[in-house]
Design a protein around this ligand. Structure first.
Ligand code: ADP
Ligand code: 5GP
Length: 190
């Protein structure tokens, strides 16, 4: 007989363009109960991004003030901009009994593990560097400089995948989605 699932904190990372956002939006359709937090960032909003929904878009001064006030569970400098998760959001969701998924970079993920040793770290990998570059180009969101920076950072990010609990290759989208759904369920039942 199956036991009762318990709320867990999942952290999803992987190189920019690997498909984290795409996989997670499908996972959320299948698991609408999963908690969602909105990160803060100092990068400029992309076309269509809404403040308070996609991210809390902050100036660098505001971001640094919040660091000083201890508001971040973790924060990191990613591709030249600051990004961080608000501690209050995570604690509120976990206290309410909801599992939640944070989509954050590799440095932030390892910092989360320090505060929450029970967090489950999932790395989403692209099938190859060539495919990663093709996907980033296809998304059309990056300038030439930002694209080069994201591809250069990808090599370092792959190195850190060995510290993750689970690595999922996002080759076929539906397969990757189902693997993440199964992983979440598995750890909720542990
Ligand atoms: P990330 O959130 O990791 O930066 P995105 O989810 O924005 O990546 O995906 C980058 C691009 O790759 C998008 O254009 C998306 O539609 C595409 N993509 C995502 N997953 C797949 C897949 N399995 N096969 C082909 N293209 C994909
Ligand atoms: P993007 O600029 O493409 O939205 O995100 C760039 C990177 O920042 C991605 O790797 C994403 O996972 C990471 N990121 C987004 N929010 C956070 C956060 O709150 N903390 C950390 N450490 N990284 C984040």
């Amino acid at each position: 007989m199956e036991g009762k699932p318990r709320a867990r904190l999942f952290v999803v990372s992987g190189p920019s363009g690997a498909g984290k956002g795409t996989v997670l939006s499908k996972v959320r359709e299948l698991r609408p109960d999963l908690g969602l937090t909105v990160s803060a960032t100092t990068r400029e909003p992309r076309a269509g991004e809404v403040d308070g929904v996609s991210y809390h878009f902050l100036s660098e001064a505001e971001f640094r003030q919040r660091i000083a006030q201890g508001e971040f569970l973790e924060w990191a400098d990613v591709h030249g901009h600051l990004y961080g998760t608000l501690r209050k959001d995570v604690d509120t969701l976990l206290a309410a009994g909801s599992s939640l998924v944070l989509e954050i970079d590799v440095q932030g993920a390892l910092n989360v593990r320090e505060s929450y040793p029970e967090a489950v770290l999932v790395f989403i990998a692209p099938p190859s560097m060539e495919e990663l570059e093709r996907r980033l180009r296809m998304r059309g969101s990056e300038t030439k400089e930002s694209m080069a920076l994201r591809l250069a950072d990808a090599a370092h990010e792959f190195e850190l995948a060995k510290n993750y609990d689970v690595v999922i290759t996002n080759d076929d989208l539906d397969r990757a989605v189902s693997e993440l759904i199964k992983t979440i369920r598995l750890f909720e039942m542990k």
